[in-house]
Design a protein around this ligand. Structure first.
Ligand SMILES: C[S@@+](CC[C@H](N)C(=O)[O-])C[C@H]1O[C@@H](n2cnc3c(N)ncnc32)[C@H](O)[C@@H]1O
Ligand code: SF4
Length: 373
């Protein structure tokens, strides 16, 4: 079976910049649809000339807030992808949206353009928490948006952020119950990360508030595992839960370390060209991207590939393939660390698959640090 190939499209604009976000985002000041269509489709054409073409299995419009992109841009990207690569069997075409963009006519137009999976940034069902997170929607808008998304697209998912200061275990239980009452086939539950350089990092550094206690966050993580599992949603990835068969095909490409093209400002890609694994990155600034500036490419050596492959693969419940002839075993210190992590119950290694146990997944960053240094 041929490995899948995905296309990631970054739309870098948002109606408002959230204080916790460190993605490549800029305040939306209106976008020239033709100029963006041209820049994105040119970029896709450039990659089509450089790699071996095969039908795409997924397209992912991420951001930023791609629901704010002119629908004609989404149409042009999907058409170009179809023309140059073809779209395999039932391609998964996802688009991220904020609850405020959940306009029925807009959703219908996006569905007509080919989008069949909506990823909605709900973040919380609590108005106070939404204000703390600097969101421009309230809980009622989020509820309506989930309904609209479920009606307009054949697949849909939404995101929540937990581990917020002042969020008790009971608060989180209530939010999870509400999330599950929508009977979602897919749910992303992200622990709040204080990213350097964000407004939240400045607030924490200035002592205005403190991040949630580690122990509370661990209990919230465990509660999420239990409640989603009881609802038939498997934790197939550390922050992602799905009914069997409803896993995000596009995101699985990242975690399984397969190839994907990245277009749009700051987008990353991983491609195999002439047998070499290449990391690609488009220019960050929208103006530079629109002007057609070349991005960066870097050939990844075995060491870099190992680190990426294991860091991604251990996020998955299925784990990552690791056989005796793997480059991993060339480093004695790593073999020693692996044995210790296996003995202490953080990792399991059977039938050629290395997996993080439930205990290991709860502290995955530490496990990866010990394993890979
Ligand atoms: C980059 S956003 C794009 C989607 C959309 N613009 C939105 O905000 O809903 C994707 C998701 O990443 C998550 N996210 C972003 N920054 C985060 C952080 N610092 N900690 C936890 N989750 C974060 C949010 O749940 C968000 O829905
Ligand atoms: S979290 Fe989403 S809406 Fe907020 S700034 Fe980041 S990408 Fe934009």
């Amino acid at each position: 079976m041929t490995a899948p190939l995905g296309l990631y499209v970054h739309w870098p604009f948002c109606a408002r910049i959230c204080p916790y976000c460190d993605f490549n985002v800029y305040l939306n000041r209106g976008a020239d649809a033709d100029a963006w269509s041209k820049a994105l489709t040119n970029d896709i054409e450039r990659w089509a000339d450089r790699i071996e073409r095969q039908p795409l299995t997924s397209i992912y419009f991420g951001g930023g807030t791609p629901a704010l992109a002119p629908v004609s841009v989404v149409e042009d990207v999907v058409e170009t992808a179809q023309r140059l690569f073809g779209l395999g069997g039932e391609p998964e075409i996802t688009l991220e949206a904020n609850p405020n963009d959940a306009d029925e006519a807009r959703f219908d137009a996006l569905a007509k353009a080919g989008v069949n999976r909506l990823s909605l940034g709900v973040q919380s069902f609590d108005d106070r928490a939404l204000r703390f997170l600097g969101r421009d929607h309230d809980a009622e808008t989020a509820r309506r948006a989930i309904d609209a998304g479920q009606a307009a697209f054949s697949m849909s998912t939404f995101d929540l952020i937990y581990g917020r200061p002042e969020q008790s275990l009971d608060d989180w239980r209530a939010e999870l119950s509400e999330a599950l009452s929508y009977d979602p086939e897919h749910l992303s539950l992200y622990q709040l990360t204080i990213e350097p350089g964000t407004a939240f990092a400045s607030a924490v550094n200035a002592g205005r508030w403190a991040p949630a206690d580690d122990d509370v966050q661990r209990r919230q993580y465990e509660l999420a595992q239990d409640m989603t599992a009881a609802h038939g949603l498997e934790a197939y990835e550390i922050s992602n839960h799905a009914r069997p068969g409803a896993e995000s095909r596009h995101n699985l490409i990242y975690w399984r370390y397969h190839d994907y093209i990245g277009v749009g400002p700051g987008a990353h890609g991983r491609l195999t060209i002439d047998g070499k694994r290449i990391a690609t990155k488009a220019p960050d600034r929208p103006e530079a991207y629109l002007a057609g500036a070349e991005g960066e490419t870097e050939a990844l050596d075995e060491e870099a590939q190992l680190i990426e492959r294991l860091s991604m693969g251990l996020r998955l419940k299925e784990g990552v393939a690791l056989y005796a002839d793997d480059y991993f075993y060339a480093n004695e210190q790593r073999v020693f660390s692996l044995q210790r992590l296996l003995d202490e119950g953080f990792l399991r290694h059977d039938c050629g698959a290395l997996r993080a146990t439930t205990k290991g997944r709860a502290v995955l960053n530490r496990v990866l640090y010990e394993l890979l240094g």
